[in-house]
Ligand binder design. Structure first.
Ligand code: NAD
Length: 326
């Protein structure tokens, strides 16, 4: 197949080359897909994208006009796809539904541990040769209650880690998967009410948009730790900032941000107008923000590349693609 792959960072090239084995003719583009970069798709059969590419209706329609038949995202999340527009124009969509759930789970726990034990402040002070302990007191995870919202692949991977710490792990999922081990399933409100640490592991859908907002924060414990490695739109960031300023949220770890598109994955140091909401969050020592990097392990990158190439292989042979999005 002739393919154009957008949002390709230099470090991804070796993983894609290893997966592709020169089967498909892939043009690698550093920029994200959008109306300004769509011309690279001219003459191709398929387009490969990532989580922050623009795959909205105008882009999908233009791609269909150009003869594109397939769009594969290297991400698990599919919230960037306009699925209706693609279906209407006969474009097949696929994602990588599962890849190294541990990569994301481990990053979510890394955020929680770093916030709790003030690792970043201690390191920054230490670099100034300030080795005082003031302000660095944390709490034991052992014996605390961790609430997982979303108990799919990543939710279950993180449950295993927190169980290892000796935490009580409770969780809520609309589907309540069978065979959950060591996770007490409760209603959403009970999970919010009882948890010392809340970790979000849901897809972004109309039903989950702003699932964490002023009303849901109000029923949480005072000083709760909130970790979001899923999608920024799950959290109403303005409400979270207000709750931080009132001390209701004690710690906030975000690997995703609702306005991250066009911002994360690139260097914006020289921008004259910086995102003011993000800047306000960054003034708080009890906030850690990472730029959507929870997936960024070599194991996960290889799996994302392997599964994406597998989707292209199957489409080319007109065979059933398991992760096709209907
Ligand atoms: P998954 O599909 O295995 O699990 C998601 C769970 O959410 C499912 O069990 C589902 O039943 C539940 N769910 C869906 N809608 C719900 C609702 N309205 N209320 C309650 N539960 C609901 O997905 P996963 O592999 O665990 O990934 C979760 C999310 O993590 C992805 O959708 C993606 O957005 C995000 N993600 C982020 C990164 C990153 O680098 N930060 C990487 C991979 C995935």
């Amino acid at each position: 197949m002739k393919v154009v792959a957008y949002s390709i960072k230099p470090f991804e090239k070796e993983f894609l080359a290893k997966a592709n084995k020169k089967k498909h003719e892939i043009t690698l583009i550093a920029n994200p897909l959008g109306l300004e970069t769509i011309a690279y798709a001219e003459g191709k059969d398929a387009v490969v994208v990532f989580a922050n590419d623009d795959v909205s209706a105008p882009v999908v329609n233009k791609l269909a006009d150009m003869g594109i038949k397939y769009i594969a995202t290297r991400s698990a999340g599919t919230d960037h796809f306009d699925k209706e527009a693609a279906a209407e124009r006969g474009i097949s969509l696929a994602n990588v539904p599962v890849y190294s759930s541990q990569a994301i789970a481990e990053h979510a726990v890394a955020l929680a541990l770093s916030l709790n034990r003030h690792i970043i402040e201690a390191h920054e002070h230490g670099q100034q040769f300030d080795f005082k302990l003031n302000g660095l007191i944390g709490f034991n995870f052992f014996g605390k209650t961790v609430g997982l919202i979303g108990l799919g692949h990543i939710g279950q991977a993180i449950a295993a880690i927190y169980n290892g710490f000796g935490c009580r792990v409770i969780g809520y999922d609309i589907a309540m998967p069978d065979g959950l081990i060591d996770i007490e399933s409760l209603s959403l409100d009970e999970v919010l009410r009882q948890s010392d640490i809340i970790s979000l592991h849901l897809p972004l859908t109309p039903a989950t948009k702003y699932i964490i907002n002023a009303a849901s924060i109000a029923i949480m414990k005072n000083g709760v730790m909130l970790i979001n490695t899923s999608r920024g739109g799950l959290l109403n960031t303005i409400d979270a900032l207000e709750a931080l300023e009132q001390g209701k949220i004690g710690y906030l770890g975000m690997d995703v941000y609702e306005h991250e598109k066009g911002l994360f994955f690139e260097d914006h140091q020289q921008d004259l107008n910086k995102d003011s909401l993000l800047q306000k969050l960054m003034t708080h020592d009890n906030v850690i923000i990472t730029p959507h990097q929870a997936f960024l392990t070599s194991e996960a990158l290889q799996q994302m590349a392997d599964e994406t190439i597998k989707n292209l292989d199957l489409w080319q042979k007109d065979r059933f693609v398991l992760s096709e999005i209907i």
